[in-house]
Design a binder for this molecule. Structure first.
Ligand SMILES: [Zn+2]
Length: 377
């Protein structure tokens, strides 16, 4: 279920959202150039809305308290014109979105909301910040919690707005890591003249070069065998190590079969690649959650986070409604075990008291309905 279906629960959630918006102003950069989309029943019920100022936008929130609110990463001459062609595209922010861990890992996954998965996503997000700032040299990376499972990264400078879709694809591939970085000729079924990154390569290739170089430099015969070199090949490789390293510096990797290097590369990619949702980056007509707005699937705020403060960011920082006292009564639609916003074990169809934050969270997730509102009647 995407949004709150139960009528009283929906009215209650909306009432709480409107209290939040009455006291919090949103600020959207270049607000007059963006298209907006809003939803009550799903993420986007309607779009093609536009506002001349942030004050107009905030007035809209106060009046309508949408459960979902997004804006276009693109800027337009006429943001409310339709169809799309009539908007007149003026460039688009560069946006990355991560909402699940890059790799599977052994843990007890929580289907309703998984704190462990979120921890992984946060670590991957820290890597993304490093890549954007250190490897690409981008300044002014704006980060916000998505309001649900992950993070968004926005780059809004003038130069970036002109980036082609192809450049955006290359940047995305850099974060994920290319499939392979070796080129080989082939003769009689054998690889010849295997080429790869050299000492002078930059970016991702250089990272891998350093990784592989360090591995070879320190590898024992046993470790070479573990990576797939057979018996005498491993010994010979080991004896010629100095020469192998010299060739590697020049980008020549022919001293071992491609399969061997591919295995080392796969390990490297596994440790360093991060899986962003490429659709979000490549779709230039995309609408994305407004930083600072509430997420209608959780009741959490899509908080803006200073890139350097990402390590300290905790889910509780996104909680805007009281998570302390148990003040409302809800009816769980299923058995529920939650660690966040509070630790709860609820049984299907057994009414129970929860905090406002947890109650809204469960209603927004469509896992509980409202029985009794706050107790201070
Ligand atoms: Zn999980």
């Amino acid at each position: 279920m995407l949004a709150v279906e139960h009528a009283e629960s929906l009215a209650f959630v909306q009432e709480k959202f409107s209290v939040f918006y009455a006291n919090h102003d949103l600020s959207v950069p270049d607000v007059h150039r963006r298209e907006f989309g809003f939803g009550l029943h799903k993420k986007i019920d309607f779009r093609h809305k536009a506002f001349r100022t942030n004050a107009e936008l905030n007035a809209y929130f106060r009046q309508n308290a949408p459960l979902f609110a997004s804006y276009s990463t693109a800027l337009y001459e006429f943001p409310d014109a339709r169809p799309m062609e009539k908007k007149v595209f003026m460039g688009s922010d560069l946006v990355f979105d991560i909402d699940k861990p890059t790799r599977d890992f052994a843990h007890e996954h929580n289907e309703i909301f998984c704190v462990e998965c979120f921890g992984r996503v946060k670590k991957d997000s820290m890597k993304i910040v490093d890549y954007l700032q250190d490897d690409f040299g981008f300044k002014g990376v704006a980060v916000n919690f998505s309001g649900n499972k992950g993070f968004h990264f926005h780059l809004r400078s003038q130069e970036i707005r002109g980036l082609s879709q192809d450049s955006r694809r290359q940047l995305t591939e850099y974060l994920t890591g290319p499939e392979s970085i070796f080129i080989a000729g082939e003769e009689k079924g054998r690889d010849t003249d295997l080429r790869g990154p050299s000492e002078k390569t930059r970016g991702w290739g250089k990272k891998f070069f350093d990784y592989a170089f360090a591995f070879i430099e320190l590898a024992s015969v046993g470790e070479l065998k573990e990576k797939g070199l057979r018996g005498r090949n491993a010994e010979e490789f080991f004896l010629r190590k100095k020469g192998v390293l010299e060739l590697m510096r020049e980008g020549k990797w022919r001293f071992a079969p491609k399969k061997f290097w591919d295995a080392i590369y796969a390990e490297f990619k596994n440790e360093n690649g991060v899986g962003v949702d490429a659709h979000v980056t490549l779709d230039l007509a995309r609408l994305i959650r407004i930083p600072g707005s509430l997420h209608g699937e959780t009741g959490l705020a899509a908080r803006v986070v200073e890139p350097g403060r990402l390590p300290e960011f905790a889910l509780r920082d996104a909680v805007v409604f009281s998570a302390g006292e148990k003040t409302i009564n809800v009816l769980p639609q299923i058995d529920i075990a939650l660690d966040f916003p509070e630790r709860l074990f609820l049984k299907k169809n057994e009414p129970c008291e929860v905090s406002l934050a947890s109650g809204l969270f469960l209603m927004c997730k469509g896992k509980a309905t409202l029985l009794l509102r706050e107790k201070n009647w």
